[in-house]
Design a protein around this ligand. Sequence first.
Ligand code: MEV
Length: 330
Amino acid sequence: MGIVIYHYPVPAASSVKIMIEASAPAKIILFGEHAVVYGQPAIAVPVSSLRATANVAANNPSGQGLRIAAADLNEVLPISIESEIVDHSLAATARLVLKTLKATTPDVTITLHSAIPMASGLGSGAAVSAALGRALSAAVHQTIENETLNALVYEMEKTYHGTPSGIDNTVIVYEQPVYFVRGAPIEKMPIGAAFTLLIGDTGQGALTKIAVGDVRKLFEADPERIQPILDEIGALVKRAKIAIESGEISELGPLMLKNHALLQQLTVSSHELDQLVEAAVNAGAAGAKLSGGGRGGNMIALVTPESSENVRQALLNAGAVRVFETTVTP
Ligand code: MEV
């Protein structure tokens, strides 16, 4: 049987008992986005309070197949996919999971919810794929190892991003701070002391794929000018790693501002992101920068309990549509 994806709410069967819930968090890149695509290190942390969840209900008549109901995800469906020609990323994820686990299609409905804003640099696509992968594995009575899930979500990321470094799926699947170098073994990062960030959303959706593609064009047109910028980002990421691990949080603010300036040179900031960064710093944040693909999406600001409320207000006054707080803890 094929896979059917429904626009939410699910027709008729929505009162069924939920049997399994799986989830995955959002992420933010603290340092090193874009340069990480070129082999430089980057640091990312999960945002566990913002999640994508997948609930499994075994409500379908035997042989009816898998249904995916995508709440909050703006799906334009139903789509029924009987062939290998896959035109929907959720169906493609489900197929890949079942193929990887060598499982037959279960007769269940999986309902997806995501509290993670889409196309905003917070990893919503990877989190939804990871939650779906976990739920579907449970539905076929198998445990999917993080390593397998990570490889699978990376495959899906390629369809969203083209040439992803792999940092987003890694931090989301392992739900741990990571120091990431493309192609190197995963390095989980100890956190020396807790620090708090505000995440300010410009409200402007931006496709990472386009920003990454534009940086590629810039690089190919003038590698002599761009390579030193990437190297400089790599060097500051290494300094940030030492500061984070040793709990020297006061070092991070200036490094964030430097990283933002270098991202501006890579043309991935925007007027709105620059405004939010400036507003945060003027309101007392120790540092701020765009986070993720840029050109819109989110920025982050380093705050203390004393500065947090002031900075939050300043971000809202400067046009942020949402402000989330997250604390990175040891
Ligand atoms: C996106 O969250 C991070 C980028 O560096 C792209 C990637 O690493 O795949 C912009």
